[in-house]
Design a protein around this ligand. Sequence first.
Ligand SMILES: CC(=O)N[C@H]1[C@@H](OP(=O)(O)OP(=O)(O)OC[C@H]2O[C@@H](n3ccc(=O)[nH]c3=O)[C@H](O)[C@@H]2O)O[C@H](CO)[C@@H](O)[C@@H]1O
Ligand SMILES: C=C(OP(=O)(O)O)C(=O)O
Length: 453
Amino acid sequence: MTSVTEAESAATPELGDVLEIRGGRPLRGQVDVKGAKNLATKAMVASLLGETPSILRDVPEIRDVEVVRSLLEVHGVRVTEGEEPGSLVLDPTAAKSAGFEEIDAHAGSSRIPILFCGPLLHLLGQAFIPDLGGCRIGDRPIDFHLDALRKFGAIVDKQPNGIRLSAPEGLHGASIELPYPSVGATEQVLLTAVRAKGVTELKNAAIEPEIMDLIGVLQKMGAIISYEPNRVIFIEGVAELKGYDHRSLFDRNEAASWACAALATDGEIFVKGARQYEMLTFLNVYRKTGGAFDITDEGITFRRAKTPLNPVMVETDVHPGFMTDWQQPLIVALTQAEGVSIVHETVYENRLGFTSALNQMGADIVVHPEGLAGAYRRVARRPLEQAAVITGPTPLQGADIVVPDLRGGYAYVIAALAAKGTSRVSNVGIIRRGYEKFFDKLTALGADFDVVG
Ligand SMILES: CC(=O)N[C@H]1[C@@H](OP(=O)(O)OP(=O)(O)OC[C@H]2O[C@@H](n3ccc(=O)[nH]c3=O)[C@H](O)[C@@H]2O)O[C@H](CO)[C@@H](O)[C@@H]1O
Ligand SMILES: C=C(OP(=O)(O)O)C(=O)O
């Protein structure tokens, strides 16, 4: 078994783990957003399907990319920096001869290993996938993934520390309907079906912009994928794929986070690289909240249109709805709205726990773990819904707080920046999973902080 340690993959010394933040200063200036965490990592896995090297551009310098890079290297993919800054060359030509590796890698740090199943089964006929990490925001089962893999002809054997897969007869096209439009399960089907024998029909697929960009990557490699109305995707398997040359979609989650930082601190931030189309839903909510934005070809500038902000009612949802990864930084801004805001979380069952630290800082947020009975819904909701009721405006005071997960952590940092007085924010290393050059960007925006641990 090959072990790829956290230390090996997270060697970048940019971030410490504890920040002392002196709040009360508006964030002003420019930040650049590069490729999306939720696309770049998947495009990197796709390189394993090609017969020739791939080039991925605008790769973000984040820990999840480092994790996937080391997993690819364990499987014999040669990963080097490309000529263009921020690009990677992924050469899979030695992967087949590298043979089967049972990896014990990064349990607790990323969800991407599950997407190696299809590519490894095509390449080697077998795979071992360790237990997954990622943010602890609910149960996050992988049953949709495993059911789909079985339909392709894979044999799945659950083991104490992961799953072992084999495909003695090879993989064939399948007819699959997801119980819920899961992003990861849709990617699993795409990465497996492109080289399976025959046609795959996927119903109730996720259609997030990152999925569309992954389909673009696979089409460049030679795949035949058509996207039909009503969340149906058809994939005609092909015998061989080549490498791709692709510039990653921008990180709309990072862009939305900085937009909320401008709102919460009453600052003004130009997010270079942000685009309107992928953020339409976010921008509507931003405007209703009392935020303003100017869109140009280079990016989007975010600021407040008024103070105090307006209260809003938001339901997180699959695309084209309001993304679950946007609600945490928005909730910080909503503590400064005049009146009662409601955020219904419908994607994960435990994604509002981070609000308790905001209450410690002076916010008035009540979480209803079973959702709000009788509340208005656009469509019927899943039983795992919870709701946060935020009453504002409430001044925030500095506090000692511990980052729980990626987006919750970002929310804590902007809450501390918006608060009066000094905060000590621990465990900020988690933020490296999805925000590149985070300290540099805070400094560029005029944040007053020190790394103290
Ligand atoms: C690396 C990455 O791209 N992460 C994103 C991805 O996560 P991820 O791909 O893990 O999220 P999914 O869309 O799969 O999960 C959505 C819901 O489906 C459930 N589910 C999923 C798979 C399964 O086999 N069984 C099952 O029940 C999950 O528990 C969750 O309640 O999409 C989420 C929803 O937009 C985002 O918050 C994450 O940032
Ligand atoms: C939930 C997230 O990521 P992951 O799926 O990688 O845990 C996120 O990016 O907010």
